[in-house]
Design a protein around this ligand. Structure first.
Ligand SMILES: [Zn+2]
Length: 243
């Protein structure tokens, strides 16, 4: 069996047999990897709590026929402890892990940008102390962009006319001008659209100067945009599996 090293964020764990777990990881070099951690549920496990969700770990893995096996794990950042003790961080972080797992479509497809976005978002919440809900919305917009679903908040997403525009449609890919507007579009306030653009660009001075009501409105639009794309992704996946 070949051995390899990588660093990773633990996305999810599932029980396997009596004492083992399957660990879903987002790694720096190999993208999403599912690996077995043997004996990890025993109190005497040499892995301790290092393979809990959110933890940033340095790993040694052995290539297996179906799943790889974790042979060593060292903690790089103990995000699990910093996130588990704070409800707001925990709920935001959980959405980040689930979204990262779903936006990386295939196991072992290198996804360095998604990995860096996830590490950056966890650090921004735990070390920089930024607002978990702003970090979450920024992470979602940027990871959707990396996955090929970049929203537009300035020019019209249909015809490209320079904004600012008044209508937003998840299905159309962002803001729409008055001529391209589709039924059911939202009409967010201009300050909310500015906040969305700042979250996508990672412009923290603008994002952190925003008012609570605009953050709330932005949050709803990001959620709608995310769900529209994830649902469509799932449908196309189901279609592939049927054919
Ligand atoms: Zn237009």
């Amino acid at each position: 069996m070949g051995l390899y090293r990588d660093e990773a964020i633990v996305l999810r764990t599932q029980k396997l047999g009596e004492a083992d777990r399957i660990i879903t990881l987002l790694t720096r070099s190999s993208g999403r990897v599912r690996a077995v951690a043997k004996g990890v549920r025993r109190t005497t496990s040499r892995f301790g709590s290092r393979l809990e969700p959110f933890t940033h770990v340095d790993l040694q893995l052995a290539e297996g026929r179906s799943l790889d096996v974790v042979t060593q794990a060292e903690t790089l950042h103990p995000f699990a402890g910093q996130i588990g003790s704070d409800y707001e961080r925990y709920t935001a972080g959980t959405v980040m892990l689930e979204t990262a797992e779903r936006l990386v479509v295939e196991d072992k497809e290198p996804s360095l940008q998604q990995f860096l976005l996830l590490v950056g978002a966890l650090r921004a919440m735990c070390e920089t102390g930024r607002s978990p809900s702003l970090v979450l919305d920024s992470f979602l917009l940027r990871s959707l962009s990396v996955a090929g679903y970049a929203p537009t908040f300035e020019a019209c997403s249909r015809c490209g006319t320079e904004g600012p525009h008044r209508s937003f449609s998840p299905a159309a890919g962002g803001m729409l001008c008055a001529s391209c507007r589709v039924p059911g579009s939202a009409n967010p306030s201009p300050a909310t659209v500015e906040l969305l653009g700042a979250l996508l660009a990672g412009d923290w001075p603008v994002a952190e100067a925003s008012e609570a009501r605009h953050r709330k409105e932005a949050n709803g639009l990001v959620a709608a945009y995310l769900h529209w794309h994830l649902e469509r992704g799932l449908k196309s996946l189901a279609h592939v599996e049927r054919s």
